[in-house]
Design a protein around this ligand. Structure first.
Ligand code: F6P
Length: 326
């Protein structure tokens, strides 16, 4: 079947590069004379029929803008069959042949269920700062978030050094430690705590003792949101404070500032490549796949594998960070 109308939506947590990918999808559709529809507020917008035609000029001026022009949402209604039936009715109403979902694992899961139930082809573009999908070395927004985190912690370091302080900095990643591990190496963290490793309090304390005895007067510990060493980063800091009562300890939670901002050059180029590929693979009859980047090349992974496989922590990076702590 020739694809004549494609709808595109952004879903889940926003990430820098979503707008750039949207622009690429819209312009690729225009290039191939396919009608493109933007769905506002993710899957909820499909249910509520917030669907508008997007032309080349509709996406001007967004290449460098963070967030998503289409808005995003986590839809509870779409989790229910009743909601998905309503969504499909709107797909039929607009004669839409295929759907591009820009989002993370939850959004892909929803997209896949929708495809299986109603036989509407779905293609995913990985948009999440967490980089927690299998089948791509980079998700959109990850590179930008890393640079944001690095710049923020560089600033915190100024205070850490000036006051001889120990800082615990919590970064995003509820299930994955990619942001923590990479930013931690980039800022020279004393330790990096990630959910995939869970090094434990004892190892952390001996590392701090070692660094103290070597003459280090300030340190930064980068903690991924999902790490389980303490109940949370504040409790963790309290436990460490008991062992080092003379150390001035502070906690800084970077939070949602990591999700915002203008996408980096890397994310803009990747988003453009992924947007083109998403439309072209739907034209080729593909469905149920995620666009990914591997060895510099754009490739496809079944959505199921992308979600289920999760992403593996790079053991070489773990080794580098360990050696840097010597
Ligand atoms: O999935 C991206 C992410 O930024 C996670 O790292 C974080 O745990 C979560 O979103 C926060 O979500 P919300 O904006 O709904 O609080």
């Amino acid at each position: 079947m020739k694809v004549k109308k494609i709808a595109v939506l952004t879903s889940g947590g926003d990430s820098p590069g979503m707008n750039t990918a949207l622009r690429a999808v819209v312009r690729t559709c225009a290039f191939y004379k396919i009608e493109c529809y933007g769905v506002y507020r993710g899957f909820q917008g499909l249910i509520n029929d917030e669907i508008k035609i997007l032309k080349t000029r509709s996406v001007r001026g967004i290449i460098n803008r963070g967030g998503t022009m289409l808005y995003s949402a986590r839809s509870n209604e779409f989790r229910e069959k009743e909601g998905r039936v309503k969504a499909f009715e709107n797909i039929k109403k607009h004669n839409i042949d295929a759907l591009v979902v820009i989002g993370g694992d939850g959004s892909f899961n929803g997209g896949l269920i929708f495809q299986n139930e109603f036989n509407i082809p779905v293609v995913g573009i990985p948009g999440t700062i967490d980089n927690d999908l299998s089948g791509t070395t980079h998700t959109l927004g990850y590179d930008t978030a890393l640079n944001t985190v690095m710049e923020a912690i560089d600033k915190i370091r100024d205070t850490a050094i000036s006051h001889d302080r120990l800082f615990f900095v919590e970064v995003m990643g509820r299930d994955a430690g990619h942001i923590a591990l990479n930013s931690g190496i980039a800022i020279g963290a004393q330790e990096i705590l990630i959910p995939e490793e869970n090094i434990g309090l004892d190892v952390l304390i001996s590392s701090l003792k070692k660094s103290k005895s070597s003459g280090k007067t300030s340190s930064i510990i980068v903690v991924a949101e999902g790490d389980k060493t303490g109940k949370n980063v504040f409790e963790l800091a309290k436990s460490v404070e008991k062992v080092f009562p003379d150390y001035e300890i502070r906690v800084s939670v970077l939070g949602h500032m990591q999700r915002g901002g203008s996408p980096s050059c890397f994310d803009r180029v990747l988003a453009s490549r992924m947007g083109v590929k998403a439309v072209e693979c739907l034209m080729d009859g593909e469905k149920g796949v995620m666009i990914g980047l591997n060895n510099g090349k754009i490739n496809l992974t079944p959505l199921k594998a992308a979600i289920k496989g999760k992403s593996k922590i790079n053991s070489e990076l773990l080794r580098v960070s360990m050696i840097m702590n010597t």
